[in-house]
Design a protein around this ligand. Structure first.
Ligand SMILES: Nc1ncnc2c1ncn2[C@@H]1O[C@H](COP(=O)(O)OP(=O)(O)OP(=O)(O)O)[C@@H](O)[C@H]1O
Ligand SMILES: [Mg+2]
Length: 167
C-alpha cells in the first residue's frame, strides 16, 4: 500500500531539507511547490499575485501526487499543512486512493528558523524569499496539530544540524 508522507511545520523549520533527505532514503516522489513556484514565477513574486500563483501550482501538484499514488508509489508532500482542513483533505485524498498516511511534524526554535531563513534569503536556490515581516504576518495562519491528530505522528526536531529520517 503506498504511503502519502505529509510534511507539517511553520516557515523555515527545515521541511524541504527533510523532504529531500526522505526522498533520498525511500522510494518516493517529492512535491515541493515552492520549487515549482520559483521556476515559474521567480523567487519573490509580488504579494498580490502570490496566492493566485500558489493555487495554480497546487492544482497541478495535487493532480500529480494522486496520479503517482495510483501507480503504486509513495509521495512526499512538502506542503507545510498549516490548517486542520488542509491536513484533513490530504488524509481523505489518501484514503480515497487506498493509501496510508504518515505525518511528520517538524519544529525548531523560532530564533533558529528566522536565522535560517535570513541565511537562505541570500542564496535561495529554489526557495521563496521570506522577509522577517512575512514570517510574523503569516503566523496567524498556522494551526498546530490538534490533540486528536497526534496518533502516529513522527516528531522531528530540526535543531541539530544532522536530522535523520525516522524509520
Ligand atoms: N537540520 C538542519 N540543520 C541545519 N540547517 C538546516 C537544517 N534544516 C534546514 N536547514 C537550513 O535552513 C534553511 C531553511 O530550511 P528549509 O528550506 O528546508 O525550510 P522550510 O521549512 O522548507 O522553509 P519554508 O517554510 O520557507 O519552505 C535552509 O537554508 C536549510 O539549508
Ligand atoms: Mg520549504
Amino acid at each position: 500500500m503506498p504511503i502519502v508522507h505529509l510534511i507539517h511545520g511553520y516557515l523555515g523549520v527545515g521541511k524541504t531539507t527533510f523532504a529531500r533527505r526522505l526522498e533520498r532514503e525511500i522510494r518516493a516522489v517529492r512535491f515541493s511547490p515552492d520549487e515549482w513556484l520559483t521556476r515559474l514565477y521567480g523567487d519573490d513574486p509580488p504579494a498580490e499575485r502570490f496566492d493566485d500563483f500558489m493555487t495554480r501550482v497546487f492544482d497541478i501538484a495535487n493532480e500529480q501526487w494522486r496520479a503517482v499514488v495510483r501507480c503504486g508509489a509513495d509521495v512526499i508532500l512538502d506542503y507545510g499543512f498549516w490548517t486542520r482542513s488542509w491536513r484533513d483533505a490530504a488524509r481523505a485524498g489518501a484514503a480515497e486512493l487506498g493509501a496510508d498516511v504518515r505525518l511528520y511534524a517538524l519544529s525548531c526554535p523560532e530564533e533558529l528558523a528566522r536565522h535560517r531563513i535570513q541565511e537562505r534569503n541570500r542564496n535561495l536556490r529554489g526557495s521563496v524569499f521570506v522577509a522577517d515581516a512575512t514570517y510574523d504576518a503569516l503566523k496567524s495562519r498556522f494551526l498546530p496539530l490538534q490533540a486528536d491528530e497526534l496518533t502516529g505522528v513522527v516528531h522531528v526536531d530540526t535543531t541539530g544540524a544532522a536530522v535523520r529520517c525516522p524509520e
